[in-house]
Design a protein around this ligand. Sequence first.
Ligand code: TRP
Length: 325
Amino acid sequence: MNTHRVLSGIRATGRLHLGNYLGAVKGFLELQDNPTYQTLYMVADVHTLTTPYHIDELRKNRREVIIDYLAAGLDPKKSILFQQAEVNEHIELAFYFSSVTTIAKMQHLPTFKDKVKQYPEHATMALLNYPILMAADILVYKASLVPVGIDQEPHLEVAREIARRMNQDYGTDFPEPQRFATKGEYVPSLSGEGKMSKSVEGSFINLTDSLDEIRKKVRSVPTATVAGGEMTGGVKTLFTFLELCSPDQVASFKNEFEERTLKFVALKDAVTDAIYTMLKPLQEKRVKLVQDQAYIDNVICEGAEKARHIARKTVNEVKEKMGLE
Ligand code: TRP
């Protein structure tokens, strides 16, 4: 039992949105309920420092994401829920890992290049070190399974390389972590282009959006003027949401699309209802949760303690093997 560990995290750049829920958190939930795994889920608040951010927002969001996790059904009795910054061992291990990682390798990662393009004034060492810290997040718990989106695959490859190097050079026993793919690993943006992202205004639905807000956002998805033929990005997006939130309705709408009888507003309203029906229980749970802030403090404190306990053991072992003890 609990022979394998699972670790994942979401950056604290905002509250969770529908893309995080369908793409990541649903996978977290699935693994949490599988007794083969010990699951650890964190808020990657230290990773937030790798791109420009607001101090007050980070302070708020690193707590809000924990509350979103709880509202979504992550259970501190089953999973270790924690904030990355509370476990110093991640940062410590990342430094040791940086000694087996070349600068050239980090500079060539597509994720690094993209962020430098997005924030040319912020090509910092923290950004360059992003994948090393992520490798430390995972390997400090010797986690072998990581539920994340497909866009994170290059980072996991770095983690595997670091694990191999460390095992070869220092005789450690790090696993080579694999990605756990979820059904909603690619949740499209409401703009009909690219993926749903916190950093793109108008692309996302918040988990706390009201029915009216969801309706307004879904209605703004661009659609073709006539049904039938090739689907545009926006129409595909609507079908993806229906598939993820109410799969039983897909076939009949597809039929209408092909027979050119489909009214896009009917499809949009079905998508709106499907999303809202899915989110409503989370929203109700959240309202109750925030009434007991002491409970949340307690979850955060206990999660950090449990995580530290495992992490310290790994770091001590690494220090010893590297000649620092
Ligand atoms: N890089 C991940 C993302 O942007 C977030 C993250 C940080 C993470 N550390 C991690 C994910 C460790 C999984 C495991 O989605």
